[in-house]
Design a protein around this ligand. Structure first.
Ligand code: TXA
Ligand code: MG
Length: 319
């Protein structure tokens, strides 16, 4: 049996014991796989930053099984955010909430708010219900690289760093959670993600949406250079396409329609389904990153529904 096989499986009890002992475990969620540790164990939390090579100014998300358990770790949930919590938790939503003292400054990078999620994935739920501490878990990829959407993506890069990966199959959403908080009484979306802005606005009206910024550590989660494959990725403009695709080994990542001339062409959803495109995005970027090509040209998707979050990731991956 290979090391990979020993290190992954669907054994929730094993994952719980390892986490209790302060180890790192890859966990499935419906958005992307997380690199989890006991959020109340400072040493274990510190080891997440080391394993990911992540700067300690970039705070982590905690994962809990229910709204009731969330109240052990946050002071309260403001009314507008409670509407969202009741509608979309468990699910691909993360809320920024005033933390209680039990949550360390290391975990929040010194910020007064903690990011909190209730994953819907059945294995994540089972695990969280079995342990008596929250799980700190960023996406299980080295800092700045593409997020993992299957267990093997986690092992491909963090095999030596994790004690185990709980294998829950491919992620159903495929994009990280949408991060929402309140700033000066207004609801703000800090990161576009697997819960569309349309669904949020249908419940609570217009919200402010932060666009990514290139260098503003005061607004973590907003770092521009992210999700980056090692092959240069450029966004499609007709000039780029004419100049590159035909004469160089450039792959094309499109939505529905192939472009003639590209050596390698991948389509996120031929039927034009944005949810399917979201499921495929990170796995396709990884595939292209291993292909015999010099670069990638990507088409932006319609700026609606999950297309907004997909475009955000493509723009951040672009050089
Ligand atoms: O879907 C997800 O959210 C996945 C799964 C594993 O739950 N997690 C995830 O974590 O994407 P991570 O660490 O890769 O991204 C979380 C983002 C970071 O960019 C971080 O800067 C931001 O959330 N964040 C965390 N705490 C924050 C806070 N208190 N204020 C502002 N941003 C925060
Ligand atoms: Mg991440």
């Amino acid at each position: 049996m290979s090391i990979e096989n020993k290190k992954k499986g669907a054994d929730v009890d094993k994952a719980a014991v390892l986490l209790q002992a302060g180890k790192l475990v890859g966990i499935p969620t419906e958005t992307v796989y997380g690199l989890a540790a006991n959020a109340l164990n400072t040493k274990a939390v510190a080891s997440i930053f080391t394993a990911k090579n992540r700067p300690t100014f970039d705070p982590l998300i905690i994962h809990v099984p229910s709204i009731k358990s969330a109240l052990n770790y946050v002071k309260d949930i403001p009314p507008q955010l409670l509407i969202l919590a009741n509608a979309f938790m468990p699910g691909p939503l993360t809320l920024l909430l005033e933390k209680k003292a039990i949550i360390s400054d290391l975990l929040t990078a010194g910020l007064p708010r903690v990011a909190l999620r209730i994953p819907r994935h059945p294995l994540a739920q089972k695990l969280l219900q079995q342990i008596d501490f929250p799980l700190a878990a960023p996406s299980a990829n080295p800092f700045g690289y593409i997020s993992p959407t299957v267990a093997d993506h986690v092992l491909a890069q963090l095999q030596k760093k994790v004690a185990y990966v709980l294998d829950g199959g491919p992620c159903k959403v495929g994009l990280e959670s949408t991060i929402v908080g309140i700033d000066q009484g207004k609801v703000v979306v800090y990161r576009k993600g697997g819960l569309s802005i349309e669904k949020i606005e249908a419940l609570i009206g217009d919200v402010q949406v932060k666009e990514h910024s290139s260098s503003n550590p005061a607004a973590p989660g907003m770092l521009k250079s992210h999700y980056a494959p090692s092959r240069p990725l450029r966004l499609l403009t007709s000039e780029d396409f004419k100049a590159c695709v035909v004469k160089e080994k450039i792959a094309y990542l499109g939505f529905q329609t192939p472009k003639p001339g590209a050596k390698t062409s991948l389509l996120l959803s031929e039927s034009g389904d944005l949810e399917v495109a979201a499921q495929n995005l990170f796995a396709y970027l990884r595939l292209l990153d291993q292909a015999d090509i010099d670069g990638i040209i990507a088409e932006l998707l319609p700026e609606k529904g999950l297309g907004r979050a997909i475009n955000d990731r493509l723009k951040r991956a672009a050089v």
